[in-house]
Design a protein around this ligand. Structure first.
Ligand code: PLP
Length: 396
């Protein structure tokens, strides 16, 4: 048997798999599963975006040909206009914007474009898995930057040893944050990151996938708003969450033109970009009224408030997040002797509710669970009833 690469073997075990197996067992038993596990938006893509896609496919057959790999100019211009309007950031659509097959693709390829074996990347722990796994797949070395309640889920840059900082080529950060739901209140943390990156000559990759999943008048700042950010870094965006387009696979990255070039070069050998009809649907999304985004967020907020209130009544207190469609919670009292994986396994077995164990996102996520608010409002009522019984029966 021919073995796959050592890099692939080095990838940490996919801990969602344990939950997925139990979830599938529950489905097989015809148990009614409430899936709060994966961050997979359940609401449909807004109608005007779908209409643009359908119209393009039917009426513009020239779009059925290979697309332009880096993204069509119309798409890149729409992104640049959106940045100007939103953040007063100027981007050259020719050289400072690149279309992605979803932001995950771009983030993973960024590591492959920049890391040789032995090169370091600074990665938050816990984090969205591809931040770390992209580095491992590239043969690079991961240096963990712990995100904890005590540090407000912001990495302590001063704790990074000088010898590591000197060897690091990339740094990943992401606010609003998955899985911790942490946000930055203003630009002060990003300013420190820019200074750090300049001092040690590091490329900063800001994953801004949740830029628009925000509540209670919170406005998430762009890393690109910081003076000097464009000299040191990139910002990755996704249509998946903002417009419920996860299955469409559309994203983009913006920032320093020289830093983008190797990523564009690598991609040009691997993919042909995104189906033009999907890019045009993306242009429609960016150029239209953003009322649909407010509606999507209002629904997440309704679910957030309902579930937090119900869980609070059960003695499981959770701070309402100002962004992302997740709740990040310590294991409830009476269960803290368990690991987060043990808790999630027991929970799905006994109740049919799937949650993501915090440790699946990194060792510093241990002791926590992540709940994705991606099912119908009424299901949160059912979930709370089941949790009431579960917590009563199983609490130690
Ligand atoms: C922080 C973060 N970045 C990126 C992604 C991937 O998004 P996309 O669908 O654009 O690949 C996700 C998806 O869950 C995410 O949570």
């Amino acid at each position: 048997m021919i073995s796959p690469t050592k890099k692939l073997k080095k990838l940490p075990p996919y801990l969602f798999e344990a939950i997925n197996i139990l979830k599938n067992d529950a489905y097989a038993r015809k148990q009614d599963v409430i899936d709060l596990g994966m961050g997979n938006p359940d609401m449909p893509t807004p109608g005007h975006i779908i209409e643009t896609f359908c119209d393009t496919v039917v009426n513009h057959p020239n779009t059925h040909r290979y697309p332009q790999a880096k993204g069509m100019l119309k798409f890149r211009k729409a992104v640049a206009d959106w940045y100007r309007k939103r953040y007063e950031v100027e981007l050259n659509p020719e050289s400072e914007v690149l279309a992605l097959v979803g932001s995950k693709e771009g983030i993973a390829h960024m590591s492959m474009a920049y890391l040789d074996p032995g090169d370091y990347a600074l990665v938050p722990n816990p984090s969205y898995l591809v931040h770390k796994n992209g580095v491992i797949m590239a043969g690079g070395e991961v240096y963990d930057m712990p995100l904890t309640e005590d540090n407000g889920y912001l990495p302590g840059l001063e704790a990074i040893p000088w010898r590591i900082a000197k060897k690091a080529k990339l740094m990943f950060i992401s606010y609003p944050n998955n899985p911790t739901t942490a946000v930055v209140k203003d630009l002060s943390f990003f300013k420190k990151v820019v200074a750090f990156a300049k001092k040690h000559d590091i490329i900063v990759c800001h994953d801004f996938a949740y830029s628009d999943v925000v509540f209670d008048k919170y406005k998430s700042p762009s890393f690109m708003e910081v003076p000097g950010a464009k000299e040191v870094g990139l910002e990755f965006h996704s249509f998946s969450k903002t417009y419920c387009m996860a299955g469409w696979r559309l994203g983009f990255v913006v920032g320093n033109a020289e830093i983008l070039k190797p990523l564009e070069k690598l991609k040009s050998y691997l993919d042909f970009g995104i189906f033009t009809a999907i890019q045009l649907a993306g242009v429609k999304a960016l150029n239209s009224s953003q009322e649909c985004v407010d509606e999507i967020n209002a629904e997440y907020k309704r679910r957030r408030d309902k579930f937090i209130k119900d869980l609070g009544k059960l003695g499981w207190e959770i701070e309402p997040p100002s962004a992302t469609m997740y709740l990040w919670a310590r294991l409830p009292e009476g269960f803290r002797h368990m690991t987060s994986l043990e808790f999630c396994e027991l929970l799905i077995l006994k109740t049919g509710i799937a949650m993501a164990p915090g440790v699946a996102f990194g060792s510093y996520g241990e002791g926590y669970v992540r709940m994705a608010l991606v099912t119908h409002y009424n299901r949160f009522h059912d979930a709370a009833l089941r949790l009431k019984k579960f917590l009563g029966d199983e609490r130690k």
